[in-house]
Write a protein that binds this ligand. Structure first.
Ligand code: C2E
Ligand code: CA
Ligand code: CA
Length: 727
């Protein structure tokens, strides 16, 4: 057995020497003799004795009680006091330090030996108690925790029943070796745990704390938290680690769910924009490192998703999006990423392509798969997608640029019609930029007074009289010159600019109408016809706006007609119906424009109680010089007659066509043969002449009338620039 090592603290050197000799005779080892409190502490730290024999009265700043206190607290060493006299205050002070014994000088060897043995025994008991208290403390911390106690000398571990039960094991099913623990750690987590353990064992960390996955008996992995604390012996050598294991599986799963939710789309469960961009940045890095590696991004936008959403309802729309997401997922490799950006926009990242055409093939495959109907809410829904494709070969540096170019290509695909794809080329960027510029110019067009209305007469076939004027929008761009409505109205619709523009058109047309009505005798029945886009019609407060404009400009409601296309009614039936009802309540009539080009659903026309249709130019066009027409226009006109609908033929370009239509009992005609759209001034002259002829009772065809100036050339424009005086 190792000899007990004792530090002697005694300021009288002769006494110190005596004690030292006596101790050695008794079989103890004296590891040092200190003469002051400070020296005692220093030597206790260096020598780490099993016991300290401490004289209470010491020379110097610090007395024995103080020194003992420090040694006990810092190094957990037992101290026996030696004292020549024991006054009450000294003893009381000594008691506070929890001394392990007092020996009154002079003392006998036997007395000394017994005191030493008792002190050592008491100290050992105290140490054991402290250890079990440590274990108890850990257990108490979480009653549900499993406990472990690793004896580093024997390299065996005690695992508590709870520790084992947490992993689905009975007590006898787990041994007591470190491998019983470490073998169950998830391979991906093992290294980190071992690093943390080693760091703590080397005293680099104050305690061990690690979250990792453990293999449950049922074959699944469970998240646990392990905490541990090193226990050192009096020499400061670690001989034991005790710790706990807490089940944090539920918390971890909840955390994972939160993390998952943050980067996934709630509806489809697909990655969202954030996660997509993250994956994209990873492949981008890879592509920039290796020349052979290429990837592609597909930007998909569903065609006419809004129609489905509006006609079948939002739930059906949602269901369809989920189904489409699944279809995309199924059509791709597991290494590809499908994400939903929002609305009906999806993006696909095709990882590691061997052939640039692969992306096109995927796009075609997706479009093919979309041909089959989807069953949502018990109904069949058809959809298609416009797909923009961009490949990494263009050498990107930023993920946003890739997404932007894919979007540009998608836009290009959309312009080609439904279910098309387009592969991005740098030249597309130019047209996209041009479009952006156009958009910003359009925003300022009203303010800068670049918008203008032209007017095209509508003629009553039978009498040859002017019935109305259709207002047609013109944009005089400061650089690009005159831009046709077909080239900017779709942009205005997309950007929402159609709302303020449409409002300006309505107000300006009504103002002009009012001006004509007041200056032209016999013009009470003349009306102005204004084109209204779907967005405008279904925009909240449209009817209120119309009422306001009518009252501001002081024209009767029957002097205003609104032209809408069939698709407006079809695409958003519910909202359109409400708007149409309100307009009709005001007394404003509606025309169906471009009739025959859309769904041609007469049932819609009846449902909306519309009584005038404008037959599309394409039907008029086919009427040839001999006056033959297609059966189609004949049957449309016959049908309209049966239903009691009024008809206007648009785009009448020749006398023959005009005569032929008259013969087919088409009620009104409009077209270049009668008049091209005219500037307000020219339109004013046209009307003046028409009405003065009418006044004189002439029945001469209006198309043959020569324009001449009259008193009404328009008044204040909406934006305040005077054009000409109008009463
Ligand atoms: P739309 O309503 O069908 O207007 C008739 C279009 O045919 C006009 O083109 C007109 O200039 C043209 N046109 C008239 N007669 C003839 C003809 O005999 N032969 C030929 N080939 N064409 C003829 P424009 O003015 O370029 O307008 C195009 C379209 O832009 C309009 O078609 C209308 O849908 C839309 N639009 C025009 N102004 C407005 C507006 O203020 N608001 C809205 N939402 N759309 C407008
Ligand atoms: Ca029209
Ligand atoms: Ca038309």
């Amino acid at each position: 057995m190792a000899r007990t090592r004792i530090l002697v603290v005694e300021d009288e050197s002769i006494v110190a020497l005596d004690i030292q000799q006596r101790l050695q005779r008794m079989g103890y080892q004296v590891v040092g003799v200190a003469a002051t409190g400070e020296a005692a502490i220093r030597q206790a730290e260096q020598a780490r004795p099993d016991l300290v024999l401490m004289d209470i009265k010491l020379r110097g700043e610090m007395d024995g009680i103080e020194a003992a206190d420090t040694i006990r607290n810092r190094f957990h060493l037992p101290v026996i006091f030696l004292t020549a006299f024991a006054d009450d205050t000294t003893l009381q002070r000594a008691a506070v330090t929890e001394a392990f014994g007092y020996i009154l000088k002079p003392f006998e060897e036997r007395e000394l030996a017994i005191n030493i043995e008792i002190a050592l025994y008491k100290h050992e008991m105290e140490r054991k108690l402290r250890e079990s208290e440590e274990r108890y403390m850990l257990a108490a911390q979480a009653a549900n925790d499993g406990l472990w106690d690793w004896d580093l000398q024997t390299d065996s571990i005690y695992f508590s029943s709870r520790w084992k039960a947490m992993l689905g094991y009975e007590d006898h099913e787990v041994g007591n070796s470190p491998s019983d623990w470490l073998d169950k750690v998830h391979p991906d987590d093992l290294e980190q745990l071992q690093v943390a353990l080693a760091a703590h064992l080397r005293g680099l960390t104050e305690h061990l704390e690690k979250e990792y996955r453990m293999l449950h008996r049922d074959g699944t992995y469970r998240w646990v938290l392990t905490r541990g604390l090193l226990v050192r012996n009096p020499e400061g050598v670690a001989y034991r680690v005790v710790g706990s294991q807490t089940d944090i599986d539920a918390r971890k799963k909840a955390e994972e769910q939160l993390l998952h939710d943050a980067v996934h789309d709630a509806l489809t469960g697909l990655p969202n924009r954030t996660l997509f961009l993250d994956r994209l940045s990873q492949v981008l890095e890879r592509a920039n490192r290796s020349a052979e590696y290429t990837f592609a991004v597909l930007f998909l936008d569903l065609d006419q998703f809004k129609v489905i959403n509006d006609s079948l309802g939002h739930n059906a729309g949602d269901e369809l999006l989920v189904a489409i997401g699944q279809l995309f997922r199924r059509s791709l490799r597991s290494t590809d990423t499908v994400a939903r950006l929002g609305g009906d926009e999806f993006v696909i990242l095709l990882d590691d392509l061997h052939d640039p055409n692969e992306a096109v093939r995927v796009a075609m495959r997706i479009q093919d798969a979309l041909k089959a109907p989807f069953q949502v809410q018990g109904q069949f829904a058809y959809t298609s997608a416009s797909i923009g494709i961009v490949s990494s070969v263009h050498g990107y540096e930023r993920t946003m640029d890739i997404l932007r170019d894919a979007d540009i290509a998608m836009y290009q695909a959309k312009a080609m019609g439904k279910a098309c794809y387009a592969v991005f080329e740098p030249s597309m960027r130019k047209s996209a930029i041009a479009r952006l510029e156009l958009e910003s110019d359009l925003r300022q067009a009203i303010e800068r007074q670049e918008l203008d209305l032209y007017y095209q007469p509508i003629l009553a076939m039978a009498s040859g009289q002017v019935a109305g004027m259709e207002a047609l929008l013109r944009w005089h761009h400061p650089i690009h010159g005159s831009i046709a409505p077909d080239d900017f109205i779709p942009l205005a619709e997309e950007t929402g600019l159609i709302i303020p523009i449409g409002q300006w058109v309505l107000r300006e047309a009504c103002r002009q109408m009012r001006c004509w009505r007041t200056t032209l005798p016999g013009s009470e029945k003349l009306y102005v016809s204004v084109n209204v886009s779907g967005k405008q019609l279904t925009h909240c407060g449209f009817a209120r706006q119309v009422a306001e404009i009518l009252s501001d400009t002081g024209i009767p409601a029957h002097s205003l007609r609104l032209e809408i296309t069939e698709s407006v009614l079809m695409d958003n039936a519910e909202l359109a119906m409400r708007a149409v009802e309100k307009l009709r309540a005001l007394g404003v009539e509606l025309y169906i424009d471009d009739f025959g080009t859309g769904y041609s659903s007469l049932s819609y026309i009846q449902r909306f109680a519309i009584n005038t249709i404008k037959i599309d130019r394409s039907f008029v066009e086919v009427i040839n010089d001999q006056g033959d027409s297609s059966e189609l226009i004949k049957s449309i006109l016959r049908f309209a007659l049966d239903l009691g609908l009024e008809t206007i033929a648009e785009g009448v370009e020749t006398e023959d066509q005009l005569e032929h239509l008259k013969g087919l009992l088409c009620v009104y005609g409009q077209g270049f043969v009668i008049s091209k759209p005219l500037s307000p001034e020219a339109a004013g002259m046209f009307l003046a002449q028409a009405f003065s002829e009418k006044h004189r009772g002439s029945t001469a065809p209006i198309a043959l009338l020569q324009s001449s100036s009259d008193g009404c050339e328009g008044g204040e424009r909406e934006n305040g620039t005077p054009r000409a005086a109008c009463p």
